[in-house]
Design a protein around this ligand. Structure first.
Ligand code: ATP
Length: 268
């Protein structure tokens, strides 16, 4: 079951070139995660330097947190374990305890490795009196395994968590993730960059005005922008098919360019 969530770098299909508008986050991750993995021998020579064991990515849904985590693993040549929180929380305590230990020991064996936990708050939220005893024990065990990573300074295993609700996270967890990045809704300039990236592989008509689209899409996430472009592309193809069906003429394959109207009609 764990192996089905393990991805080796060669199989990670996204890299930093697939991310737009997040240059400063990428630069910081490059410095704090990627370079130390790529130049491990050099960094090990300083007793003052310590590999980060935890990174927190927080911000609204669809803004690229998972994308960034995967691309970081790809760029650093790290393996990537996508730890599905539901798998842990759905099991009875003994079983999830075994699974958690297995994940950490697997990660240490195949290091350098990122253990990615989406919606980390649902699993490691602030402890409270209503916590089921098993939940509290699971959190404690998770933290112990995590702390165990620091005792083996040779291994590079990073727990990377993503959340829309950083305020709900247990403070003890937050302390273990000193590198924190807010990935917010994109600004107009960032939306322009994202639209350029998404549409660069598409055939688009000359009337497509990215500056206007960027203005009109205030509040859209990267995921929303992608969906808008996807809808426009599908709409264009359907239009061609309908036109061909109605006229009885062959499909006009030279006219697949997405138009500004297609995009505006697909504007959510
Ligand atoms: P969630 O909190 O819902 O898990 P997320 O923040 O992890 O969301 P992703 O799953 O990384 O968001 O993003 C969804 C999709 O949106 C990506 O696969 C990508 O196609 C697109 N996307 C989001 N942000 C960007 C961006 N900055 N550049 C390019 N594409 C983006």
């Amino acid at each position: 079951m764990i192996a089905s969530h393990l991805v080796v770098p060669a199989d990670i299909t996204v890299s930093w070139t697939d991310i737009a508008g997040l240059d400063s986050v990428i630069q910081e991750l490059r410095e704090s995660v990627v370079l130390p993995v790529q130049h491990k021998d050099l960094f090990k020579r300083s007793k003052l330097w310590q590999a980060p064991k935890g990174v927190l990515l927080h911000g609204p849904p669809g803004c690229g947190k998972t994308l960034i985590a995967k691309a970081t693993a790809k760029e650093a040549g790290m393996r990537f374990i996508n730890l599905d929180v539901a798998i842990l929380t759905d099991k009875w305590y003994g079983e999830s305890q075994k699974l958690t230990s297995a994940v950490f020991s697997l990660a240490a064996k195949i290091e350098p490795c990122i253990i990615f936990i989406d919606e980390i708050d649902s699993f490691l939220r602030s402890r409270n009196l209503n916590d089921h005893e098993a939940t509290a024990m699971m959190k404690t065990q998770f933290m112990m395994l995590w702390d165990g990573l620091s005792t083996n300074s040779n291994s590079t295993v990073i727990v990377m968590g993503a959340t829309n609700r950083p305020q709900d996270l247990d403070k003890a967890i937050v302390r273990r993730m000193p590198a924190q990045f807010h990935i917010g809704l994109p600004s107009e300039t960032q939306r322009n960059d994202i639209l350029k990236l998404i549409l660069q592989s598409e055939e688009i008509s000359q009337d497509v005005d990215l500056n206007r689209l960027s203005k009109l899409t205030n509040g859209f996430s990267g995921s929303d922008l992608r969906e808008m472009c996807r809808n426009a592309s599908v709409f264009r193809m359907r239009q061609l098919i309908v036109a061909s069906d109605q006229s009885g003429e062959a499909l006009d394959r030279n006219n697949v360019n997405i138009t500004m109207d297609d995009l505006l009609n697909s504007h959510l």
